[in-house]
Design a protein around this ligand. Sequence first.
Ligand code: NAD
Length: 428
Amino acid sequence: MTDIFSNVIRRLDKAAKIIQIDPEVIHQLKHLTAAMEFSIPVRMDSGELKYFKAYRAQHNNTLGPTKGGIRYHPMVCMDEVKSLAFWMTMKCSVVNLPFGGAKGGICVNPKELSPMELERLSRGFIKRIADFIGPDVDIPAPDVYTNAMIMGWMMDEYSKIVRHHVPGVITGKPIALGGSLGREDATGRGAYYCIKELEKRLNWNPKNIRVAVQGFGNAGQHVAKLLFEDGYKIVAVSDSKGGVYHSDGFDIDSLIYMKNSSKILKAVYCTESVCEEVEAEKITNEELLALDVDLLIPAALENQITLSNASEIKAPVIVEVANGPISTDADEVLQSRDTLVVPDILANAGGVTVSYFEWVQNKIGYYWSETKVREKLHSSMLREFSAVCQMKKDKKVDMRTAAYAHGLCRIGEAVSAQGTRSYFAPRE
Ligand code: NAD
């Protein structure tokens, strides 16, 4: 997994060509504000002292404090964290949030740790980076294999270090510890709002739309559930171990119940807590991506669709719920086949949008109802989805380039407001 960063920033050049933007803006976005690599010592339950490699990258803070999740995964590396931080900068700009982008991660398989080891590791991460984060500096959140409880530990650790209660240092916390109602399903819900707009524009009847979802965690489960409730046919889902397929579709509530209660993804139908296995074919993640479906939702990790499998993708529409599931090279193959891709920096922006709402609520100390959070999320997703579609139409480009251009206009304005070469250069 090397060189993702230099690959993903190529998308900036493509978007810059279709708008009027100072070259210094693009130049600035190709460099990071800061990137840290450190190790976290953890006393394991066995008594052994183990060190875990960890990272935090802060990409750009022109629009405000940096913001981005923390990932626990054995494959986390600096290149990945930098790319994810860059996407956060673009995403916050696309949906008009006063944040820049950041990302962090620990090189660990959290499934191999006991709950107490996981808590010590999470608190250790904050001990190491406490001087570099803060509610007005850099605000972490959950990502792959991290959750609300971990965010709660981290907030508590930070508050102990600075010796006062600071809920706004981290988002995605449990509700009881200052989290926001509506944060849990916000990423899936934001993507669902995008799909409802596509439904109108493409004249879809949900009953006829067959959907495959890769990755059945927080983001994947919620988007699948919302679509299922609307009558969409979810014919395939997968997790890291593989997937299940049935042409008639699955009862998504049952699959979610099974996955969350037993950690196993199984084709089941559940009445209350009694689950029976139903007919299904076992498929690999590669097979899921190549299914003949109407809508493909990658909701796992980056670089799932690359040059090597892009030509096998049959879905005419892809909604990127994961960050970076399609490589830059694969973009071109998909475009040549007229695949409509709703890009990650728009499709999964619901998560950071409600994280922003959580941060605002923490700052003012007054908490909103779930209805208010959802209304605000809906209107924000709708506004930015329409703006990106308008840019796509006006400039006759693909949706990803349109989203980048839309985001670039906002950051561009902020960078230019501080003065670029055209302002500072000596005049004749
Ligand atoms: P999660 O840890 O809740 O779930 C990840 C899921 O992906 C799990 O079901 C896991 O089994 C599966 N998975 C892991 N490796 C896989 C593989 N190689 N193939 C198929 N499935 C695999 O994580 P999440 O929060 O749902 O994040 C999923 C994606 O969405 C990530 O790219 C993340 O950056 C992005 N995202 C998440 C949020 C959020 O708020 N959680 C916000 C924006 C973007």
